[in-house]
Design a protein around this ligand. Structure first.
Ligand code: SAM
Length: 215
């Protein structure tokens, strides 16, 4: 499915991510090899390897590659890790996580996006576990997770997500207003102990649900 037409723009994208501070070679290799254009409308294919978010319908976006790279780098994925993503959207972040050999679980609230991502990922040969539902509640069936990544902006950290982390696990979540968020990395050190780090300057579509923004 790798389309040679996009080899150069994809390589330029990787160079831009390096300039912006992404260092994890596994993440850079994944982004440098994955067909992002397949997940968006053909009318936008010429923009698929720009470092920008692009519309995918229903008022949602495929995340900016820098954001996907940064969140994945912060997760620190190891092969075999069980990773939960909240906000499947186009399936791009999911595909990056599968490429890093994680066991991937992902929740999307829009039925249409869930079905579209499921089909696209299956056609590309990826087999993450997907479901349609409210990701602010996590996905308790498969918990605990080594990592949880939330790809929509939350007003607060949903407590269910914290509870579904392994000891040593990391939750990467943008938290703030509906126009700007800080990226938090919350690491669970024991049953009751957590450490929190903050990274500035991200803008996501809202996380809507019981423990997120109201619709
Ligand atoms: N990870 C996606 C990608 O790679 O294309 C980014 C998708 S977009 C920035 C965020 C997604 O989160 C949207 O598809 C939106 O419908 C979804 N979303 C928002 N609130 C949600 C919730 N409570 N549970 C699951 N998905 C949610």
């Amino acid at each position: 499915m790798l389309d040679r037409r996009f080899a150069k723009p994809r390589q330029r994208l990787v160079e831009q991510l390096v300039e912006k501070g992404i260092q994890d070679s596994m993440v850079l290799n994944a982004i440098g090899s994955l067909p992002r254009h397949i997940l968006i409308d053909t009318a936008l294919h010429h923009r698929a390897y720009e470092d920008s978010a692009l519309p995918i319908g229903l008022g949602q976006t495929i995340s900016q590659p820098f954001t996907v790279a940064k969140q994945t780098e912060l997760l620190g994925v190891k092969p075999g890790d069980k990773i939960l993503e909240i906000g499947t959207g186009s399936g791009y972040q999911c595909m990056v996580l599968c490429e890093l050999k994680a066991q991937v679980y992902s929740v999307e609230r829009h039925n249409e996006l869930y079905h579209r991502a499921k089909e696209a990922l299956r056609d590309l040969g990826y087999r993450p576990q997907l479901k349609c539902g409210d990701g602010t509640l996590g996905w308790s069936t498969y918990a605990p997770y080594h990592g949880i990544v939330v790809t929509a902006g939350a007003p607060v950290v949903p407590d269910d997500l914290i509870r579904q982390l392994h000891i040593g696990g990391r939750l990467i979540i943008p938290v703030g207003s509906n126009t700007e968020q800080k990226m938090l990395r919350i690491t669970r050190h024991s049953e009751e102990e957590y450490a929190q780090e903050e990274f500035e300057g991200f803008t996501f579509v809202p996380l809507i649900g019981q423990k997120g923004w109201k619709e």
